[in-house]
Design a protein around this ligand. Structure first.
Ligand code: NDP
Length: 247
């Protein structure tokens, strides 16, 4: 599906940036959304320097109006929507008994409510078009439990079961939804942990491959699901985790 029009949430850095650049390399027109405009502009410039097409659209996935505008602007600019990559997400580490409601709500509003709001906008367009794909960035932490991460694990578990349910709804009108569940991928989200040698080694001991993944390894799988996977593949979650969820 070259020339596909793709919206990537959280495209200014980390996994989202890498996914956006990978899709653009395959000929997709990429709408870069997120809150930090300077970061999005940097990604756009890199894509354009490589001969690709990208549009910057500031968006906060916690704000329904901002999300509605993102999809309206995408259609205005490119005339259609083919793929949504729900990547924007946050993580915090706090023991459940010490967590306040604001932290819980921030995680769920970003990782789950934001996913719902974006998917609803995209899904209405996919229903009208009779085609379309969404790929959700879940996490291995949605497949297993981890102390200190109850809110994040619960939110990513929700992403995985949302994916199954919506895939079953969308299959009736010819659209697909799948998820990827990354294990540890070296990005800003875990920079603090990696700076602590003891914590880093402890994490590596839990990964059979004994290393973290790269954003490129994940972007390859997302790009396949977005542009090349068969329509019959839907509702699935593919772990890209060096074996972490297999032990
Ligand atoms: P980063 O922290 O590097 O990037 C997160 C991205 O999400 C940023 O671009 C950020 O942009 C955006 N974002 C956060 N909140 C919002 C918001 N309210 N509205 C719009 N955009 C937002 O993390 P990663 O690249 O590592 O993470 C990407 C996804 O992958 C997340 O869903 C994460 O949970 C998941 N993941 C990551 C793993 C890892 O080890 N790296 C492992 C498993 C899953 P800005 O702040 O500018 O808005």
């Amino acid at each position: 599906m070259s020339n596909a029009v793709v919206v990537v949430t959280g495209a200014g850095r980390g996994i989202g940036e890498c996914v956006a650049r990978s899709l653009a390399k395959e000929g997709a027109k990429v709408v870069l959304s997120g809150r930090t405009v300077s970061a999005l502009e940097g990604v756009r410039d890199a894509i354009e320097a490589d001969g690709g097409t990208a549009l910057v659209r500031p968006t906060d996935v916690m704000d329904p109006e901002s999300i509605a505008g993102l999809f309206d602007d995408t259609e205005k600019a490119f005339g259609k929507l083919d793929v949504l990559v729900n990547n924007a997400g946050i993580a915090t580490q706090t023991n459940m008994v010490d967590m306040d409601e604001a932290e819980w709500d921030r995680i769920f509003n970003t990782n789950v409510r934001g996913l719902f709001l974006s998917s609803r906008e995209a899904g209405r367009r996919f229903r009208d078009a009779g085609a379309g794909r969404a790929i959700n960035i879940a996490s291995v932490f949605g497949l297993v439990g981890r102390p200190g991460f109850s809110a994040y694990c619960a939110s990513k578990g929700a992403v995985i079961n949302f994916t199954r349910s919506v895939a079953a709804e969308w299959a009736r009108f010819g659209a697909q939804m799948n998820a990827v569940a990354p294990g540890y991928i070296a990005t800003d989200i875990n920079a603090e942990m990696r700076a602590d040698e003891a914590a880093y080694k402890k994490v590596l001991r839990g990964i059979p491959a004994y290393r973290m993944g790269t954003p490129e390894e994940l972007a390859n799988v997302v790009t396949y699901l977005a542009l090349n996977a068969p329509d019959f593949l839907t509702g699935q979650t593919i772990a890209v985790d060096g074996g972490e969820s297999s032990v």
